[in-house]
Write a protein that binds this ligand. Structure first.
Ligand code: GSH
Length: 104
């Protein structure tokens, strides 16, 4: 399912955590591809998607073979991996901890 160097994200924009991932990607534009998983059609329960996420939930991210679920983890991974601007996830430990305190 994963291809080359594009970050792939599996989303349904009816889902709030998916919209958070989509907003981060569309504002920062690291090379990525969005694959829609239509929850209203039960596409999260297909065998192919279940292999990717046995919990059958979106969002899912695949980056060069690295599969990650949970929007909070995906957002923080993308900011760190693609060195996105500080305001998305601060580097300074206390400021970062304040974000983590909220999202934990
Ligand atoms: N804590 C998870 C929540 C993931 C989640 O619950 N996704 C829902 C949509 S908002 C889903 O995929 N539901 C499909 C189902 O339960 O069949 C995250 O932030 O990524």
């Amino acid at each position: 399912m994963a291809t080359g160097r594009l970050v792939e994200v599996y989303l349904d924009l009816l889902s709030q955590p998916c919209r958070a991932v989509q907003i981060l990607l569309s504002c920062n534009r690291p090379p990525h591809r969005v694959r829609t998983v239509a929850l209203r059609k039960g596409e999260e329960r297909t065998p192919e998607f279940t292999k990717l996420n046995p919990m059958q939930k979106v969002p899912v991210m695949v980056d060069n073979g690295f599969v990650l679920t949970e929007s909070d983890a995906i957002l923080k991974y993308l900011v760190t991996k693609y060195n996105l601007p500080e305001h998305w996830y601060p580097r300074q430990p206390e400021r970062r901890a304040r974000v983590d305190e909220y999202t934990a």
